[in-house]
Structures are given as structure tokens and as C-alpha cells.
Design a protein around this ligand. Structure first.
Ligand code: E4P
Length: 224
């Protein structure tokens, strides 16, 4: 499963990319508002594109098909790796069909059901993003949507990639991987948690400690 970083923070993107931990980045208007400061959002997106060897999702804010199409064409000029995020609306799917015909990659965002995922795939989207955390927040079993979408896409040979979004904790990542999501987009805090386990730290402390004892003992033996 590919891992994308869900952020618009350049420092976080630089860190995760240099560490070789990520295959792409997703942004949205909220994340740009949080992290861009006074910098023009298109400049932030351009910089992210240069830092990452993989898809970078940038979202349109128009909500009519023509507006989304025009905005998407502008966003696509920011980098060769731009994927345009289009909201899951009837007009959005019209825009996705046109953009796909133009060879522009798309990510249909704000998907909350498997049939919305099916519609996005039929429109030719490159990715579709079911929002797991937001579904769990209202008492749904978010993983069911990923499971259903996986089955539907496999039944019909649909090539759209399922991008598990709105990830809140490492179990979301593990479960999305087990039910066959193609990608998970993860906030930096969760990505850091994926690296950690207390038994790893405890085990390493013991190995290093025992090695020091061994070295001290064998030195003594050599000297005596
Ligand atoms: C990514 O594509 C989504 O915009 C993001 O994962 C949404 O996450 P949130 O529900 O934590 O805002």
C-alpha cells in the first residue's frame, strides 16, 4: 500500500520525503489555511511538488463543472505530479470526465459511500478518497466502505485507486491495508506513530546494554 502525507507543512513534507517514508502528498483548503501563513497557496503547492517524487493532490474550490475544470487546468500547471482534487458532486464528476480526457489526474474527495466511489471510478478518476475518520466520528464503520469499494472495483476491473483519507490513528492504516486500500493518506503525527512501539525501544535498550557488558568482559579477558 502506498502512503501519502496529509499536510501542507513544507517542513513535514521535506522530513518524510527525505526519510523515504512517503509516496505522495495530499492537501486541502483547510491544511493550506493552517500551514501556508502569508505565502500564496500556489507557491506552497509548487514547493511541495518539487519536494516529493510522487502525486501531490491540490483541491479546487469552485463548485460548478466549468469552474472546477478551469481551476483544475491552472492547478495542473503547478507541477507535473499534481493530481487535482474534485469534490464528489454531480458537477464534480462532469469535470472529472473532461479532465481525464485531457490527461489530467484527479482525486475525487469527500466520498462517504461505496456507491459514490463507484461513480467516481466510472467518471475516470485516478483516485477516490473515502473519509474514514469523519465517518467513524458519526458512528459508522468506515472500513466497510473501503471493503465494499474494493470488491466493486475488483468485480468490474475499475482502475481507480482507493485512497483511504481522514486517517486518525495507526489502526486505520492497518485495517485499510488489510481490506485492500491502494493508498492511505496520513497526518504527520500518525505517520510518526507508525514508526514506534515501546517493545522496540525496550528491546533495543537491552541489546545495547548486553553488548556493552560483553565488550567490557571480553576486554577484561584480553587484558588478563
Ligand atoms: C485528504 O485528502 C483529506 O482532505 C483529509 O484526509 C481529511 O482529513 P480530516 O477529516 O482529518 O480533515
Amino acid at each position: 500500500m502506498k502512503l501519502f502525507l496529509d499536510t501542507a507543512d513544507l517542513g513535514e513534507v521535506r522530513w518524510a520525503s527525505q526519510a523515504g517514508l512517503i509516496d505522495g502528498v495530499t492537501t486541502n483548503p483547510t491544511l493550506l489555511n493552517q500551514h501556508a501563513g502569508d505565502v500564496e497557496p500556489h507557491d506552497v503547492l509548487k514547493e511541495i511538488c518539487s519536494l516529493v517524487d510522487g502525486p501531490v493532490s491540490a483541491e479546487v474550490v469552485a463548485v460548478d463543472a466549468e469552474g472546477m475544470y478551469r481551476e483544475a487546468r491552472e492547478l495542473a500547471k503547478l507541477g507535473e505530479n499534481i493530481v487535482v482534487k474534485i469534490p464528489m458532486l454531480e458537477d464534480g464528476l462532469v469535470a472529472v470526465r473532461r479532465l481525464t480526457a485531457d490527461g489530467i489526474k484527479t482525486n475525487v474527495t469527500l466520498a462517504f459511500s461505496s456507491v459514490q466511489c463507484l461513480l467516481a471510478a466510472k467518471a475516470g478518476a485516478t483516485f477516490v478518497s473515502p473519509f474514514l475518520g469523519r465517518l467513524d466520528d458519526i458512528g459508522h464503520d468506515s472500513m466497510e466502505i473501503v471493503r465494499e469499494a474494493r470488491l466493486i472495483f475488483d468485480n468490474y476491473g475499475l482502475e481507480t485507486e482507493i485512497l483511504a483519507a481522514s486517517i486518525r490513528h495507526p489502526r486505520h492504516v492497518a485495517e485499510a491495508a488489510m481490506v485492500g486500500a491502494d493508498v492511505a493518506t496520513i497526518p504527520t503525527g500518525v505517520l510518526k506513530k507508525l514508526l514506534l512501539h515501546p517493545l522496540t525501544d525496550r528491546g533495543l535498550d537491552k541489546f545495547l546494554n548486553d553488548w556493552s557488558k560483553l565488550v567490557a568482559r571480553t576486554r577484561v579477558n584480553v587484558e588478563s
